[in-house]
Design a protein. Structure first.
Length: 525
């Protein structure tokens, strides 16, 4: 609306126009901008084509006219006696038989070939063109309003008042005897001309002068201009609507998928993750829609994972706290204060556990932080927090390459966290030995990433399924999309539980979509 007001009140500055056209601040859609852009490019293309055709046509016509004029002048020059022409040196000789004979012949040539407007003979002296016989009597008579045509004609001995640089072809013809035309169209006060020159020779072949003929090309240029206008009108009537239609189709093809993506993104922002983008194309937009749909699926999976973690962790702890608080209330009523104090202390420990689980879930949401911070530091910090929280001593050794893929860092961190959570809850261990190292070429980041975790806990049966526990199931779901192996050795009762995870690292150009594979774990660590 503001843009419309600026147009109405003539306050649309150049800056506003730039924003209006290219930044979309006001009301031009990208489809309209494409139409305007294609229309402008089409106009420039047609204009360039018109100029090219005009120049090309002008050169073709000029060449054809020049060839015709040169043939006429060359043939006519051979019929002019050079010996008689050489005798004409003064204006008093204009009534002589020789002058009248040559003039009559030139008039007959002009009468026969209507294309020729001016035809005359001349000679060169001191690099100046000196007129001899002029067949035309109307060169300037009309412009000067002269009643006596003979007063307008040039006379024997008159000097052409133009600079010799204006007629180099005439000079060259007089000196070398080769007939030629002007290399370009000449514009002067009498019009636009194409001129030709041929030598006049005597019986011995000596050059006594030159025959000059001027052909007006105003009509030709007018015809070329008419063609230019017709092509421009044709563009406006046919080509421009075609450009607009093509722009509309391109805009529709290009922006409909983008509009679908925008609508789907809006629905996702309102919590609807079921809407998928259907763009059936093999171009970048089709790939973008696939990535967008995959992003929506990952969001759904991540929400499910968070729901499972909150249900299995903080939700159960809070439910237990609620039940124990109810018991505390009953014990207080029964004056069993010592037992009530014990339950309160137990609830405090449960609250600490719930807070730790919630903080862990929040920390795992910061995927970008894992990608930006050195992975070794993150792992060591996690082990330190585990020791402070549980009192279980951890002997750690971590040696890794610097360029581990981000997806591998995230999933490996979650696997480590899940294993240590199970150790804390179920193993009753007093120490843990943690080893994470890389075997292979560190420069090329090719080899195996080996994770070894050993504890002295009570152990478990790896082949047994434990109802209601989803720790190993969660690990299994995480690592199935990766290529690698895991080996677990444990048994019921005191001893050692050993978990070894081997992950193959590939080259930097590989897509890190599979790092751990064939994980067959059932039950709870």
């Amino acid at each position: 609306m503001d843009g419309l007001k600026k147009i109405v009140y003539n306050k649309f500055s150049r800056t506003d126009f730039f924003r209006f056209m290219f930044k979309g601040k006001y009301f031009l859609s990208y489809r309209t901008k494409i139409l305007l852009l294609l229309g402008g490019l089409g106009f420039i293309f047609v204009l360039g084509t018109i100029i090219f055709i005009e120049n090309r046509l002008e050169r073709i016509v000029r060449r054809q006219l020049a060839e015709k004029l040169l043939a006429i002048v060359s043939s006519a020059a051979e019929s002019i006696p050079g010996s008689e022409h050489s005798l004409l040196v003064s204006s008093e000789q204009e009534n002589s038989p020789q002058y009248q004979r040559i003039k009559s012949y030139l008039q007959n040539v002009r009468q026969r070939f209507r294309e020729i407007k001016y035809i005359y003979t001349a000679r060169i002296k001191n690099n100046q063109l000196i007129f001899v016989v002029d067949a035309d009597t109307s060169r300037t008579a009309g412009e000067k309003n002269l009643t006596d045509p003979s007063a307008a004609m040039v006379h024997i001995g008159d000097i052409y008042d133009a600079n010799p640089e204006k007629y180099p072809e005439a000079l060259a013809t007089f000196y070398d005897g080769v007939a030629r035309t002007t290399s370009r169209i000449v514009h002067d006060r009498w019009g636009t001309w194409l001129s030709a020159f041929a030598p006049i020779r005597d019986q011995s072949g000596r050059i006594e002068g030159i025959l000059c003929a001027d052909m007006s090309v105003d009509n030709v240029l007018t015809a070329v201009g008419r063609i230019r206008r017709e092509v421009l009108i044709l563009y406006l009537l046919i080509f421009l609507p075609g450009v607009i239609l093509a722009g509309w189709l391109i805009g529709r093809k290009l922006f409909q998928p983008i509009q679908k993506l925008a609508r789907a993104a809006t629905l996702i922002s309102f919590g609807d993750y079921s809407r998928l983008v259907k763009v059936e194309s093999n171009d970048e937009l089709g790939y973008l829609s696939e990535v967008f749909n995959e992003m929506a699926h990952k969001i759904v999976r991540e929400r499910g994972r968070l729901a499972d973690e909150l249900h299995d962790g903080p939700a159960q702890v809070l439910a237990s706290i609620n039940w124990k608080l109810d018991m505390v209330s009953r014990l207080i009523k029964e004056n069993r204060l010592e037992e009530a104090n014990q339950l309160v202390a137990s609830n405090q420990q449960l609250l600490i556990t719930a807070i730790a689980d919630i903080r862990k879930s929040i920390y795992e949401l910061h995927r970008q932080e894992i990608s930006q911070v050195h992975f070794q530091d993150i792992v060591k910090k996690h082990l330190e927090d585990f020791t402070q929280e549980t009192g279980i001593k951890v002997e750690s050794q971590v040696t890794l390459p610097t360029d581990i893929p981000v997806e591998l860092k995230i999933d490996l961190y979650r696997i480590i966290g899940e294993i240590f959570t199970n150790i804390k809850k179920h193993s009753r261990a007093s120490w843990v030995q943690f080893n994470l190292h890389f075997t292979g070429d560190s420069d090329k980041s090719t080899g195996d990433l080996v994770l070894s975790i050993i504890n002295d806990g009570t152990g478990f049966d790896p082949d047994r399924t434990y109802p209601g526990h989803f720790g190993l199931k969660s690990i299994k779901n995480r690592v199935r999309s990766f290529g690698g192996t895991i080996d677990i050795s444990s048994s019921r009762g005191p001893g050692k539980t050993r978990i070894v995870l081997t992950i193959p690292l590939k080259t930097k150009n590989d897509l890190w979509t599979k790092v751990v594979n064939s994980l067959s774990l059932e039950g709870e660590l």
